[in-house]
Design a binder for this molecule. Sequence first.
Ligand code: AMP
Length: 536
Amino acid sequence: MLGAMQDWNMVVSHLIDHAAREHGAREHVTRWADGTETRTDWAGIRRDALKMTQALRRLGIGKGDRIATLAMNHSRHLVSWYGAVGVGGVLHTVNPRLFDDQLDYIVNHAEDRVLLYDVAFQPIVDRMRSQWKTVEHYICYDPPAGSDVLGFEDWIGAEDGDTQWTQVAERDPCMLCYTSGTTGNPKGVLYEHRSTVLHAWTGLQPMAFDFDTQSVMLPVVPMFHAASWGLPWAGAMTGVKFVYSAVNEPKVLCDLMDREGVTHSAGVPTVWLAMFQHVDAEKRELPKLKQAVIGGSAAPRFMIERLMKAGIRVAHAWGMTETSPIGTVGAPTHDWDAKTFEQQVDMVQMQGRPTFGVELRTVSLDDMETELPRDGKSSGALQIRGPWIIKRYFKAEEDAARPDGWFDTGDVGIIHPDGTLQLTDRTKDVIKSGGEWISSVELENAAVGHPAVAEAAAVGMPHPRWDERPVLFVVRKAGADCCAQDIIDHLTPQVAKWWLPDAVEFVDDIPHTATGKISKKDLRARFADYRLEADA
Ligand code: AMP
């Protein structure tokens, strides 16, 4: 016997239809790179997205075709999200910070047919155009006056918007994001309509993005990184007002937040760091946010403390491109109010708990098989499964997930008895010393708490007796001074004695990946000849 409820295809066009119908007048404000501002609303986004589907059809673009964007955050970019998906296409958000060989690889691998871009990235387009073999149409979001490139507004302005979305099935693909990865070529993660809608639902809830009809969101996380954490999809469900800045300058962000009544924001830790520096230099207050989502890399303790002291709830989230990206989010637990401020900060420093739909487990790092207890102590390889977790990379011949659905995240963590995840490292970065594991991330987090340290990276270096021993690479803050012993003294009360680095090396810079994370691969390559002496 079947149940007796209606069919309802779980597709992304429902999101924009709902937003336009129920929250049509809620605004989208964009501050452009040239300082000008434009305003539209959810009804306007839908109208323009429909026009874009007409314009795409006129170019012969349809179901399954890849439509790329190379753009910062703004309302025209959002229109393209819904327009590309609305024509049955696959939206491919390209990260403009990728290196040329990666840009070359992913656009060709995706076989993008259309590329929409910000004029700020015109140099990339000019440089790469001859290598991007499949791209037939280039459209600029903000062409300078008098230029002869096709502008987005002119392109969609030729249409009347009187059309329907292309019919698709809920398991059809709708979006493609590449991860820059630590080895080999970037890999494409192909989201589907159903996974996107389910993920948007999970994002809404109080224990995640905490969206309601009054929310005003300024997403600092770029629309080209991990689907902007799903914010542009989730926000449609409750008609969130969006405020975008096409530049990531802290002054611009703070001004917009103050003026537009921003209640929610989301970004990687460096965003908040830049914001602190700005408000300190200008002697102004942090914007009056209700919630800040921090993810992408571990949120340092001082950052959490400062935001919480300013009355801002910190939702520390963990996820990856392969997980759409929400895996876990930190939210107050039932006994939150009984905790001291220090205990609350301890809690927020961990990566939170899985939202409904996500299952987590840790397995032994030695055999990658034996499941570990959720005891708050055992640290192991983190695996995940659920309806918005990757099964197979785009065009790959084999599944990325195991036959039982578990996907190996490449992260190392501890699961506490209440389900809270505490991330301790990446499997490739964890340091094995005398058969025991040392967390490079914990060493780094402790080191950046030193007032003279701007950035720190711990790497396991070959050691004749212990296999590997930690070496800490440190970039000093401009004008600050400290020596290796100062750093060791600072670390000593915070980590086990045998975790203390064998050496502290001061460097001018630490290499980063295109998504702004420390690239240990490049750091290791730079110090390939580094040798530690055997101890007595
Ligand atoms: P990406 O796919 O580029 O978003 O990178 C995902 C990776 O970022 C994860 O596998 C983690 O290693 C790291 N990451 C994401 N969120 C956090 C977090 N809150 N704390 C520590 N690492 C994180």
